[in-house]
Design a protein around this ligand. Structure first.
Ligand code: AMP
Length: 136
């Protein structure tokens, strides 16, 4: 399979590993948004959240928590964004499920805040019904 993260998992491509267990791997992002930016992913190839089985996701989230605590303890941060992209319009560039752990510091300029603009409550209510009826 031509997946760069599968190649890293297989050891065919080097990475700066910070955590590994039977089901997951974590390594430094080589294009860090902030200092300490890293990725946590399952070893099983799934594209994203939509095609992930629960067991794979559960193992990955346990690793996310473990690595987040290691980030906090080692870098002395008290803020972090957890980001996970699904599909091209969400800016997913590598189609292998992964979670970005992005340490945040005062004034780092990394963004990810957006202005709060009240929505149309009728439209929000209709969306809620549609999503809830689909099993949300
Ligand atoms: P996304 O856009 O959410 O799919 O994120 C993919 C991330 O993988 C980007 O932040 C890249 O910098 C990162 N990335 C791509 N190739 C490598 C690599 N060989 N080692 C570490 N990080 C990588």
């Amino acid at each position: 399979m031509d997946c760069i993260f599968c190649k890293i998992i297989a050891g065919e491509i080097p990475s700066f590993k910070v955590h590994e267990d039977d089901a997951t791997l974590a390594f430094m992002d080589i294009n860090p948004l902030t200092e300490g930016h890293l990725l946590v992913l399952p070893k099983r190839h799934v594209t994203g959240l939509f095609d992930t089985d629960e067991e794979t996701l559960t193992a990955t989230m346990a690793a996310v928590r473990k690595v987040a605590l290691a980030l906090k303890g080692s870098l002395g941060i008290d803020s972090m964004n957890l980001l996970q992209a699904n599909g091209p319009w969400a800016a997913q560039s590598v189609p292998h499920l992964h979670f970005h752990l992005i340490p945040r510091r005062e004034g780092d300029g990394a963004g990810m805040d957006w202005p709060l603009k009240p929505g149309d409550m009728d439209a929000i209510g209709k969306l809620r019904e549609k999503i809830s009826a689909a099993g949300g």
